[in-house]
Write a protein that binds this ligand. Structure first.
Ligand code: UDP
Length: 151
């Protein structure tokens, strides 16, 4: 079974709005395994590395300011195809284009308040997990329910 991992960050807007629980519940209910979780106010250096691909774009400063404005709930989730499925569960970047039933489609309206981040590829997941977490913060454990989730 693939042990793919993805990085998810519940953004400051969703932490303030009390959406940590509902978002985690969706990934737990789907069957994915939580490997790491922490509340962190990311500093500018971390955010510049995280959003490196957007450096120089008009929205970059606002984005970095917003993401550092309060606690973010950073997580590592594991399971089969979790990068692609996690993105599908999030919905489109702009919540107004996100289908109902997705996290952004159910909880968001504005692009700059789009609730949750998820890695967009296996490579960026590896980069982001390494950026946000120390190896000792990532837990390795077995779940008895595994056989009821995977055939
Ligand atoms: N963003 C923004 N204005 C834009 C484009 C993006 O505020 O015109 C923000 C938005 O919150 C988005 C983040 O920048 O989630 C990163 O953009 P990206 O295209 O990587 O989208 P994502 O991978 O988060 O769906």
């Amino acid at each position: 079974m693939s042990q793919e991992q993805t990085f998810l960050a519940i953004k400051p807007d969703a932490v303030q709005r009390g959406l940590i629980g509902p978002i985690i519940t969706r990934f737990e209910r789907r069957g994915y395994k939580l490997r790491a979780i922490k509340l962190i106010v990311p500093d500018r250096s971390l955010l510049e590395k995280h959003y490196d691909e957007h450096k120089g774009k008009p929205f970059f400063e606002k984005l970095v300011g917003f993401m550092g404005s309060g606690p973010v709930c950073a997580m590592v989730w594991e399971g089969k195809d979790v990068v692609k499925t996690g993105r599908a569960m999030l919905g489109a970047t702009n919540p107004l284009n996100s289908a109902p039933g997705t996290i952004r489609g159910d909880y968001g309206i504005d692009l700059g308040r789009n609730v949750c981040h998820g890695s967009d590829s296996v490579d960026s997941a590896k980069y982001e997990i390494n950026l946000w977490f120390q190896p000792t913060e990532i837990q390795q454990y077995d779940r008895a329910i595994e056989g009821w989730i995977y055939e």
